[in-house]
Design a protein around this ligand. Structure first.
Ligand code: G
Ligand code: G
Ligand code: MN
Ligand code: NA
Length: 253
């Protein structure tokens, strides 16, 4: 079977699953939200990772029903947590191809309304490329989304065009510092403290939230604290996990 046909079958049978990676407040070390990351469980128990199928889904257009499914599941999950007494924001990765659909905003707001959730608990993660390549019409879409109360984050910041001006002119709420500046360097320390500190300073100066991604060590955690980073995400706290496991963290016995 070609990957394209496998993807279409997986969409029809709802074979995907959303995993959630906690975002942590460094001061209180509590969960302040999660990023949803798609997983594709296989019949043999293995799990297919998004890097192996999202590019093909973008190519064929399957990314659109996949994105609709992810937004639906995220809204439903926000409602479930609300019913358990918790307010947990969820960030969903959105492909530029999906964002550009004229009906994107309408469908998004229909879901928010149907699940009767606080739109402020939903965040869309878009890469710099996604935000920039589509130009002025995209800014209009983003404004429309934010006016409805849904948040926008710029993902993998520092790896794309990374114009400082974008942070000022784009209607966004949050900057996610790309993990290549955080981990993957020579040792356990921050792989690029200078750039990381500069992004934090810039984001804060523009009153944007800032999240460091890919935090893997205690040393990175401490340095981030020292340079004024408030929010982090990474393996040192938790990898992306199924909702059942996340519930054990959110609602301990
Ligand atoms: O865990 P990780 O391997 O989950 O994710 C790899 C990449 O796949 C990330 O860059 C992430 O943005 C992308 N990705 C993960 N889940 C989704 C999703 O639901 N939609 C889109 N468009 N991209 C996703
Ligand atoms: O959407 P985005 O490209 O930001 O996706 C985040 C990616 O980073 C996912 O593939 C996720 O599994 C991965 N990830 C999350 N935490 C860590 C970490 O601490 N270290 C590394 N190397 N990758 C991480
Ligand atoms: Mn992301
Ligand atoms: Na990222």
């Amino acid at each position: 079977l070609t990957l394209e046909r496998e993807l279409n079958h997986a969409i029809e049978t709802e074979a995907f699953e959303l995993y959630y990676q906690p975002k942590i407040d460094l001061k209180s070390e509590t969960v302040i939200g999660v990023e949803a990351l798609i997983r594709w469980p296989m019949p043999d128990g293995s799990i297919r990772m998004p890097g192996d199928f999202i590019p093909e889904a973008v190519r064929t257009g399957a990314i659109i029903p996949i994105g609709e499914w992810a937004l639906e599941v995220a809204c439903k999950q926000i409602a479930q947590w609300r019913d358990l007494g918790a307010r947990i924001p969820i960030a969903v990765n959105i492909s530029p191809r999906h964002l550009k659909l004229p009906e994107f905003t309408g469908k998004l707001l229909e879901k928010v309304k149907r699940y009767d959730i606080d739109p402020g608990l939903l965040e869309l993660e878009l890469t710099e490329e996604a935000l920039v390549e589509t130009g002025a019409s995209n800014i209009f879409i983003l404004q429309e989304i934010r006016q409805a109360g849904v948040r926008i984050a710029i993902d993998d910041f520092g790896t794309g065009y990374s114009s400082m001006r974008y942070l000022k002119v784009l209607p966004i709420d949050c900057v996610k510092i790309d993990k290549t500046f955080i981990s993957g360097g020579e040792g356990v320390e921050l792989s690029d403290p200078t750039i990381t500190q500069a992004i934090i300073f810039l984001a804060k100066g523009l009153s944007l939230d800032v999240v460091a991604e890919g935090v893997e060590t205690e040393a990175q955690k401490q340095t981030l604290k020292d340079i004024g980073c408030d929010k982090v995400q990474g393996f040192v706290f938790s990898p992306p996990i199924p909702s059942r496991l996340l519930n054990q963290i959110l609602f301990p016995e």
